[in-house]
Design a binder for this molecule. Structure first.
Ligand SMILES: [Ca+2]
Ligand SMILES: [Ca+2]
Ligand SMILES: [Ca+2]
Length: 328
């Protein structure tokens, strides 16, 4: 015999369960919003000096900002730059490493990093602006130039298949917390991102290319002149309706932040509900004048094995993007 009290209790339990599923599935992805610039905590992670001692490129400052819901965020992102091993250079004017082509790179001199396994791989990487490479959950190396000038890297490592490759990408910013830099005649020009990577095995065979089969999720979106343009549905963080033109006044710009899951780089992390990466042309990313890219088109644009530029859905406004892909 079922009493009406039991029915009410059962109904309440079902309702709470339904609401919590709904909140995890939909509302839990709501961002924390900030407004205006953050506070500088590190004036520059790195300053590139030419062989003549001139400073060149933009320093990568780091700051903090508190969102309106009382949470503190590191902007543009928390990184391991100061403590992690730097990825060996393919092309880096800051260290005077400027081969004209891949044929001039002596790969036998590049150290082999250990990701726990016996099979050897090599990854050729161009990132706009900063990458961290994790293999099977382990941080292998980070980009030696966090902002500009543009550089490219080559990372050799040993690992065991299946190899979970995870990248943290940061589109660096000068105006911390608002996602902008002084460029193109504006103090608040939103820069863009981009990642290209080509992985080969020891025999030189392509084993993995950046393409739209990778998973990509953004955790920081700015500048937002109008928050209502950002559509968040489940795990989709869609800012395609947002204005990407330069702004006049940083104090009125909002940023959207989402917390990064602790184990996002681990093999066991479930990325099945992350959106697929979106591909962009070399022209859109604008690498035609960057020798750290154009000197290595035989590996970045190999005929039949073209590593594509990938990002989340918004190349300009998404500034902290995590990528994942399993090499079977
Ligand atoms: Ca870089
Ligand atoms: Ca940007
Ligand atoms: Ca390419």
């Amino acid at each position: 015999m079922i009493s009406s009290e039991m029915l009410i209790k059962t109904g309440a339990v079902l309702l709470i369960g339904f609401l919590s599923i709904l909140s995890f599935g939909v509302f839990a992805q709501s961002p924390s919003f900030t407004k205006g610039p953050g506070e500088i905590t590190n004036k520059g992670l790195y300053q590139c000096k030419s062989s003549f001692g001139w400073s060149r490129g933009r320093v990568s400052a780091v700051g903090k900002i508190t969102s309106e819901d009382g949470k503190e965020w590191i902007v543009p992102a928390e990184t391991h730059f100061l403590t992690a091993r730097k990825a060996p250079d393919l092309h880096n004017v800051c260290t005077g490493t400027t081969p004209g082509s891949l044929a001039e790179v002596d790969r036998s001199r590049i150290p082999v990093f250990d990701a726990g396994g016996l099979e050897e791989f090599v990854a050729y990487i161009f990132a706009d602006n900063y990458f961290e490479l994790f293999v099977n959950g382990k941080l292998i190396a980070v980009d030696p130039v966090p902002f500009s000038p543009f550089n490219s890297s080559v990372v050799r490592f040993k690992a065991k298949r299946p190899v979970t490759v995870a990248f943290k990408l940061v589109d660096s910013e000068e105006n911390l917390g608002v996602g902008t830099e002084s460029s193109w005649g504006s103090d608040h020009h939103p820069g863009d991102g981009g990642l290209v990577a080509h992985f080969k095995d020891k025999s030189g065979k392509t084993v993995l290319l950046t393409d739209d089969s990778w998973r990509a999720q953004t955790f920081y979106t700015a500048p937002l002149k109008d928050r209502s343009c950002l559509k968040v549905i489940g795990n989709r963080r869609d800012s395609s309706a947002c204005d990407t033109e330069a702004a006049d006044d940083g104090t009125q710009i909002s940023g959207a932040h989402w917390a990064i899951p602790m184990n996002w780089m681990k093999a066991e992390f479930d990325d099945s509900n992350w959106p697929n990466a979106v591909t962009f042309t070399n022209q859109t990313v604008g690498v035609g004048n960057k020798r750290s890219y154009t000197s290595f088109t035989d590996v970045f644009d190999t005929p039949g094995a073209d590593a594509l530029f990938i990002w989340s859905s918004n190349l300009i406004l998404d500034n902290l993007v995590l990528f994942r892909k399993v090499l079977e």
